[in-house]
Design a protein around this ligand. Structure first.
Ligand code: SF4
Length: 170
């Protein structure tokens, strides 16, 4: 419920310019008591169309790889640092990241995950919270494109799966 209120705030947000060019906000999805959170940088075109995170090609690849290692997407909370897509899918500007970051911080405060998986560039921009384990993982779109990245991605997802098992959080 708390999360739904936050989602509504995000859907009505005008704190930076990105809401003007996006079709839908993409607040995030998953259980409010998820123990594992996945954080990307910003939504792409498919996410903008649907208002849902990681539903395009990279998202499907991520979901499939997680499943291969026994991690069900629906048990995780999946979101991005920046909640609206950018024109031409450009990298969000620092002031846009700064404007949007408090929403991610609030999502972390409400959900209280044990593990946060940071995809690609989101690792640099996500502030660390004490008591949470952070996993930096290659972005799935890079993993799809480059063989070496794909191998690394699979190793990282396997390690994540082992860590989830160790902590018994899913
Ligand atoms: S990107 Fe974030 S800060 Fe900018 S308008 Fe959307 S929700 Fe608000």
């Amino acid at each position: 419920m708390v999360l739904e209120e936050l989602n509504n705030q995000i859907r009505n947000c005008k704190k930076c310019r990105l809401y003007q060019t996006a079709k839908h906000a993409v607040p995030g999805e998953g259980p409010e008591n998820a123990k594992v959170m996945i954080v990307g940088q910003n939504p792409g075109a498919d996410e903008d169309e649907t208002g849902r995170p990681f539903v395009g090609r990279a998202g499907k690849f991520l979901t499939k790889t997680l499943a291969e290692f026994g991690i069900k997407r629906e048990t995780l909370y999946i979101t991005n640092i920046v909640k609206h897509t950018s024109p031409e899918n450009r990298k969000p500007y620092p002031d846009e990241v700064a404007a949007c970051l408090p929403y991610l911080q609030e999502q972390i405060r409400v959900i209280q995950p044990k593990i946060i998986v940071l995809l690609g560039a989101s690792a640099k921009e996500t502030p660390r919270v004490e008591g949470i384990e952070y996993f930096e993982v290659v972005h799935p779109s890079a993993a799809m494109r480059f063989t070496k990245m794909r191998e690394k991605f699979r190793v990282q997802i396997r390690e994540l799966s082992e860590k989830i098992g160790e902590l018994g959080v899913i």
